[in-house]
Design a protein. Sequence first.
Lengths: 115, 111
Amino acid sequence: EPEVTQTPSHQVTQMGQEVILRCVPISNHLYFYWYRQILGQKVEFLVSFYNNEISEKSEIFDDQFSVERPDGSNFTLKIRSTKLEDSAMYFCASRVQGRANEKLFFGSGTQLSVL
Amino acid sequence: QQPVQSPQAVILREGEDAVINCSSSKALYSVHWYRQKHGEAPVFLMILLKGGEQKGHEKISASFNEKKQQSSLYLTASQLSYSGTYFCGTEYDSGYSTLTFGKGTMLLVSP
């Protein structure tokens, strides 16, 4: 089965630093997502992205966050100035056309630790 | 809008059955079920669309009650490998919408 790949698997950073989390969605998928999961809690939606622009974003996705598709394969999440509470597992996901009857394919996640 | 899952946790012995519920206060179009093992990504189990269908996946099946805006996940003759956290995700529109997850139900199957 095709996979969504994420790098790095772990990222440790100091508070206030910028981090970029990288994802390669499945090649024929058009809708991309970022979710995050704080340890022991639910999977929370951050943002969806389609046709090179944000389709929807949650309250969590404030001005400190941005997403980009810099080339034809990568999809990145940037946190400009990390806070302690940004520590979480960040999952990238994609699906073919973003429709409600489609399965969401998750990557294996990036564990972000902000010290 | 976040779906509500119940129970929060279930402890079973191998071979026992369990039911996990997912409900919404808003009319649903689809319900997705995922299982997550500790430290791993959520793994897709099944999608149910409005229309009250029931689906099966090995010994794991689910139903969708459109009138109650509720889905139930049935795990029968549980195996050790069923242990994990089960999340339901809901969508309210047939078009381009966002999958929103509930808080999860932790399932532990012991020998």
